[in-house]
Design a protein around this ligand. Structure first.
Ligand SMILES: [Zn+2]
Ligand SMILES: [Zn+2]
Length: 125
């Protein structure tokens, strides 16, 4: 069980050291940087592309497809089919199968922070 209080303190300390370093026009210590990259990677690791899920009505031609675990080729057929109105998505291995990878809160949060830091601190609405 991770000590989340200690983790919060470590993050705050990293942020503090980073600010001091930037105020002095220096790069933050390499080990801080490596640690943050590794931490983000570890958080992201369980949240990878999982099973392709077909959710919703499919036409007669495609009704034999299982509700999950179809191949990318089969997924493409359902997507391209004008008679299938099902939503086809790749689920997130770290979340529930009902969560599309695009909507994974962990991946979204990290993407948002990365995008935000590139926009010079602007937080996207
Ligand atoms: Zn179809
Ligand atoms: Zn996820």
């Amino acid at each position: 069980m991770a000590d989340t209080t200690r983790l919060d303190a470590e993050l705050a300390a990293l942020e503090h050291r980073g600010r001091i370093a930037y105020n002095d026009y220096e790069a933050p210590p390499r080990k801080d940087w490596d640690g943050l990259v590794a931490a983000a990677g570890a958080v992201l690791k369980p949240h990878q592309p999982g099973r392709i899920v077909v959710f919703g009505p499919v036409c007669k031609d495609h009704e034999a497809y299982p509700n999950f675990s179809i191949t990318a080729t089969e997924a493409a057929r359902v997507r391209a089919c004008p008679d299938c109105t099902a939503t086809v998505y790749t689920s997130c291995t770290g979340c529930h199968q009902s969560v599309p990878l695009d909507s994974c809160p962990v991946r979204s949060a990290i993407s948002r922070e990365l995008a935000g830091s590139k926009e010079d601190g602007d937080v996207p609405a």
